[in-house]
Design a protein around this ligand. Structure first.
Ligand code: ADP
Length: 328
């Protein structure tokens, strides 16, 4: 069947993540390969409403595969949450002749795209771009692997100073609702304890573990704390709590913050972005819509966006066990 889609718009929306540029590049080049037009939409839904469009060809995306952030910029846009805002967006798309959209973003961006699809029967395809890895329907989101490498690198450096001064460090990493970054980077960097939003294992356990490690002769300790951990205390309150109960420890806090979102994407994220971009364009050309491209067992899969935004990602139980064994 010959596709009716002749012009695809691509944009990045919500929180940025490393690998978004590689995905834009892939969408643009796949369109060029398929001999259909491609338009870059700036600043997510805001640019869609304002008609901030730029035609893109294979050469428009030279030398961006290695760059963090997004050349199309990202934005949050309240106007798109209103029927009037979406009507304006639809007018702009019609005027430009765009008849399919690839949205690179997180679940908020996907929710907006799905509502738009339902209102205007407009073909949309999603690529999950977020460092949090919190989207159902894919084992990896774009940017997660890069963020892990960034966090592990930062913790390695913190460990150097921690062990020189016999200190205990609490390192806060991103993850309000999910502990994927904390758990994976914690295991990768050899953290003493990992506190995550999914589980409250109690502060007593933390104190016991720290006591044990002091007794066993450990010279320094790193505890990873996800932003949304369930202990009920933020990272600074945790420091006070431990200093009060275990005065033998000299505790320092490091909040890694936005540096976790930046940087050149890892090879894994670049390859994944390239694969997802091809799959997204191909799926649109096959007449599919309202799906998200994901990866499972290294195969690309398509999941209904409705499921992707409603489903929950689960932490790897086996990795929690590994982490427990490693901190013995
Ligand atoms: P992310 O995609 O990273 O989860 P946000 O949750 O901030 O980021 O969503 C990005 C944008 O998607 C919002 O600024 C808004 O324009 C759009 N969006 C999110 N939720 C909705 C919704 N329920 N209806 C319409 N648009 C939405």
């Amino acid at each position: 069947m010959k596709s009716t889609i002749k012009k695809i718009g691509v944009f990045t929306s919500g929180g940025d993540s490393p690998g978004m540029n590689a995905a834009i590049r892939s969408v643009v080049r796949t369109c060029a390969y398929m001999k259909i037009e491609c338009v870059g939409i700036y600043r997510g839904y805001q640019g869609l409403i304002e008609g901030d469009f730029k035609p893109m060809d294979a050469r428009s995306v030279n030398n961006i595969i290695n760059k963090g952030g997004t050349i199309l910029k990202s934005a949050r846009c309240d106007e798109f949450r209103t029927p009037e805002g979406r009507a304006t967006a639809h007018e702009k798309l019609k005027a430009e002749g765009i008849d399919g959209l690839v949205v690179i973003g997180g679940d908020g961006s996907f929710t907006g795209a799905l509502i738009f699809n339902k209102e205007y029967n407009f073909p949309i395809m999603g690529i999950p771009g977020t460092i949090d890895n919190d989207i159902f329907g894919t084992t990896f989101t774009l940017g997660f692997d890069t963020a892990l490498n960034t966090v592990v690198d930062a913790i390695d450096k913190i460990r150097d100073t921690a062990s020189s001064h016999n200190r205990l460090f609490f390192v806060e990493v991103m993850g309000r609702d999910v502990g994927h970054i904390a758990l994976n980077a914690g295991v990768g960097a050899g953290a003493e304890e990992i506190l995550i939003p999914e589980e409250d294992r109690g502060l007593e356990r933390l104190l016991e573990s720290l006591k044990r490690s002091k007794k066993s002769g450990k010279s320094s300790s790193i505890v990873i704390v996800a932003e949304g951990d369930k202990s009920g205390k933020n990272v600074f309150e945790l420091k006070e709590y431990v200093e009060e109960h275990l005065p033998i420890y000299d505790v320092r806090v490091s909040v890694l913050g936005h540096m976790q979102r930046g940087g050149s994407p890892s090879c894994y994220d670049r390859v994944l972005a390239s694969r997802m971009g091809v799959k997204a364009v191909e799926a649109l050309l096959e007449g599919k819509t309202s799906l998200m491209v994901g990866v499972r067992d290294n195969e690309l899969i398509l999941t209904p966006i409705e499921k992707a935004i409603k489903g929950h990602t689960k932490l790897d139980k086996e990795l929690i066990r590994v982490s427990d064994i490693m901190t013995t």
